[in-house]
Design a protein around this ligand. Structure first.
Ligand code: HEM
Ligand SMILES: [Ca+2]
Length: 755
């Protein structure tokens, strides 16, 4: 395969921090923030004044939050009559009833409209399914509010601008997100994420919507999928994928595969779009059993199937012209406002290990054991996550294992199941130690204290070890992401921590480019390779976990095997064979990523270049030669390029591995998850009612990913780790050291003995 040449100079990068004379302070109560946090329409005045931040030049912003800031909302232009509102509510109720009844009728024809559990599409369903009935109930509320907005728009009762800002107050929608009752001083973060923000108690909670950096690009302004700038449909997501993305191995010279695996682990904690289902939880199919498009009248309203051309380089061999794709449900807004569709997140947005503990009380109680422990499955002395009763795996063989997790998709790939195992064991290790140190504690106290410590360890590893290797030093600095020497400052009670659609559908999916198509399982005793696994063989098929040596060997492999670089190369294990099960073909994750961005109404790549102060690409020729050629065969104009694709084509930022657009979107997100999380592990008692003491915090800050692995692997074959656990173990200075080495420090749990 020919490698797409890298561009030598990233055009416009020099503009990123241009040294204009900054204002001493911002006018009209503006705040000084990095550009990505302030779209042009939130900047005071037309001249976008720049300003000094501690360590760089920022831009004056009215809110510094997201595009639908509180300030803007007050300046709604149109006045809407009470009668109009009532009409829109009536309309929306009628329309919901009609849509639901149509969907139920389809369920009577299940052969065509429900995904068969032996097909690759079922693996996709397992990746996105939620078993929480609350999601469907809220999703119906979200649809109602959307319909009301659409109706007002159709009758010209509101302007497009108003819809972008969200209508609230006397124009409340027919459905409100239920408001929780909070205990402001609770020592522990809630399970659902509610009550983290005291002013806006649903911010960051499960089942709330994704926010966004820029207003959406929906074709109808409310929910319809984006069109090309010419007004024609965009190129099929599959065509973009098969033309732009090649298979090919480009190992990272520095990062190991554990870096990749930890990335997915963070993604699953924070992001899980809730896809529409038939109403009783079954997977909707938009394609016939033989793989062609269902006629429109048989398609569920949430269908947005991806068309594969009859000459597709792969799917044509199997006569498949329809790739199943179902849209994400709409969340009702926390403030009862109505506006364009915001997609629903099925986990808490915070980095709080919701995929270990669940995002609801019911889920948590199903995961808890006595004495403050998490349930495990004791497999001849090895503790694994508990086996699940539900069909959450694709393996059918006798004795096949399938494990429970807080988010129901811990089985997606076996290296992910390994991390679930490590974190579950660490919870139990801490809980047992705490119970010994504090014999007076009841089991709830032991449980929630262990959870609080584990969440802190996790956050520390993200901000201290993982993010710097992704973003490089400059963005870590500008966004103030590095851990502080003691307590951190900067909590912002007015900052919505929610994930942005741009982060979830594009930037954080850089991770799909760094996956290797093979997992190399070493044979430590013999110094060779025990087994090379093609990744689709271990997706939703985690039975190897039960082999005595497997966990240790895989962990040794993840530390030494290089990750792939971020570029337009994605393994066929994801673009052709993902979840193939017993079939000769699987599904294409790349086209799903592209379609998902369009589902969320994410704007085209150039708009995010503008947002961060880079020049947009006006001609395809401005990309590298081969990328330009490929881009121009699928897209009509550079202004149509999907964000995920544009981001993968960028050169990495200095010291990081993703380009400037992805890096800014990711840095912004992790800044929100720090400054907008009252329970962030580094905050002192003035902010966090569950704050650690300075000496406890100092212990937590000793923890590294390598320590977690050393303490919770099986100790059958794994006795050492590289000190920097996300870097290749063959890097000079990062060679494996024994787990007892001072270069892999431990936290002293004695500091957690109650005085
Ligand atoms: C290891 C193998 C992996 C597989 C098989 C996999 C597969 C998938 C699938 C099937 C989806 C759902 C797509 C959709 O319907 O929109 C998804 C979503 C996602 N993936 Fe991966 N992924 C992997 C690794 C990663 C990694 C390493 C990262 C990041 C570093 C990552 C980040 C994400 C994100 C952010 C989402 C969106 C989640 C949501 O909001 O629904 N994934 N992935
Ligand atoms: Ca979470």
């Amino acid at each position: 395969h020919t490698r797409v040449e890298r561009r030598h100079v990233t055009r416009g990068q020099e503009h990123l921090h241009k040294q204009e004379p900054p204002c001493a302070s911002c006018p009209r109560n503006g705040r000084c923030v990095p550009k990505v946090q302030c779209p042009a329409h939130l900047r005071p005045g037309s001249n976008n004044p720049s300003c000094h931040m501690d360590n760089f030049v920022g831009v004056c912003c009215l809110t510094g939050r997201q595009h639908a800031g509180e300030h803007e909302r007050k300046s709604r232009t149109s006045s809407i009559s009470v009668e109009d509102i009532k009409l829109s509510h009536d309309h929306s109720r009628r329309k919901l009833a009609q849509w639901m009844s149509n969907a139920e009728k389809l369920a009577d024809k299940p052969v065509h409209t429900i995904v068969n559990t032996t097909t690759p599409s079922f693996g996709h369903h397992l990746s996105v399914v939620t078993y929480d009935p609350r999601a469907n109930k809220l999703g119906r509320g979200g649809l109602m509010n959307l319909f009301a907005a659409q109706d007002l728009k159709a009758r010209d009762a509101v302007t497009d601008d108003d819809l972008l800002l969200g209508l609230t107050g006397e124009t409340d929608g027919p459905f409100c997100f239920p408001q929780p009752v909070c205990q402001p001083n609770s020592r522990y973060r809630s399970i659902s994420g509610e009550c983290n923000s005291l002013n806006f108690p649903t911010w960051g909670a499960v089942h709330t919507g994704f926010e966004r950096l820029l207003p959406p690009d929906y074709n109808d302004g409310t929910w319809a999928i984006r069109k090309a700038k010419s007004g024609l449909p965009l190129p099929s997501a599959r065509l973009v994928s098969s033309t732009l993305l090649l298979d090919g191995s480009h190992p990272s010279p520095t990062h190991n595969l554990m870096f990749m695996q930890f990335g997915q682990f963070i993604a699953h904690d924070t992001s899980a779009g809730v896809v529409f289902n038939t109403g009783n939880g079954s997977a909707i199919s938009c394609c016939t059993e033989s793989g062609s498009l269902l006629p429109p009248e048989l398609q569920h309203f949430a269908c947005a199937p991806i068309v594969a051309a009859t000459d597709d380089p792969f799917y044509s061999d199997f006569g498949q012209t329809c790739l199943n794709f179902v849209r994400v449900q709409i969340a009702p807004a926390s403030d009862c406002s109505i506006g364009y569709g915001k997609q629903m997140n099925g986990v808490t947005h915070f980095a709080d290990l919701s995929h270990i503990y669940g995002s609801s009380r019911e889920k948590l109680s199903s995961l808890r054991a006595a004495e403050g422990l998490l349930n495990t499955f004791n497999d001849y002395g090895r503790e694994l996550p508990p086996l699940t009763e539900r069909k959450e795996c694709m393996s059918v063989a006798e004795g096949a294992a399938c494990f429970e997790s807080g988010d129901n998709h811990g089985n997606q790939i076996i290296s992910l199941t390994v991390l679930h195992t490590i974190f579950t064991r660490e919870h139990n290790r801490i809980a047992k130690a705490l119970a010994v140190l504090n014999p007076g504690w009841d089991e709830d106290t032991v449980f929630f204290e262990a959870r609080r410590i584990l969440q802190a360890e996790f956050q520390h590893i993200i901000y201290n070890e993982w993010l710097p290797l992704l973003l490089g030093p400059q963005l870590m600095n500008i966004f103030n992401l590095s851990p502080a020497p003691e307590y951190a400052s900067g909590y912002d009670p007015g900052l919505n921590p929610s994930l942005t659609s741009e982060f979830s559908t594009a930037a954080m999916r850089f991770g799909h480019s760094v996956i290797d198509g093979k997992l190399i399982i070493p044979s430590p005793a013999r110094g060779g390779i025990y087994e090379t696994i093609s990744i689709p063989e271990v997706m939703f098929q985690p039975t190897r976990m039960r082999l005595k040596h497997f966990l240790d060997r895989l962990l040794i492999g993840l530390a030494s095997q290089p990750m792939q670089t971020v570029d337009p190369f994605v393994t066929e294990g994801l673009t052709r064979y993902m979840f193939h099960g017993g079939n000769p073909y699987g599904i294409d994750l790349a086209s799903i990523n592209i379609q998902r961005g369009r589902d969320h109404g994410v704007r085209s790549y150039n708009d995010y270049r503008r947002l961060i102060g880079l020049q947009p690409y006006l001609e395809f020729q401005e990309f590298s030669l081969s990328a330009a050629q490929r881009l121009s065969t699928v897209y009509e104009r550079p202004e149509d390029i999907d964000l995920w694709i544009g981001g993968l084509l960028e050169e990495p930022v200095e010291g990081g591995i993703v380009g400037p657009v992805f890096a800014n979107i990711i840095a912004d997100q992790f800044a929100k998850l720090k400054r907008g999380d009252r329970y962030f592990y580094e905050y002192g008692p003035d902010i966090n009612p569950g704050a650690f003491t300075p000496s406890q915090l100092a212990e937590i800050k000793k923890v590294t990913i390598s320590r977690l692995i050393c303490d919770n692997s099986d100790g059958i074959e794994l006795f050492s780790q590289p000190p920097a656990g996300f870097l290749r173990a063959d890097l000079l200075g990062n060679e494996q050291v024994p787990c007892s080495s001072a270069r892999i420090p431990s936290m002293d749990l004695n500091r957690f003995k109650e005085m």
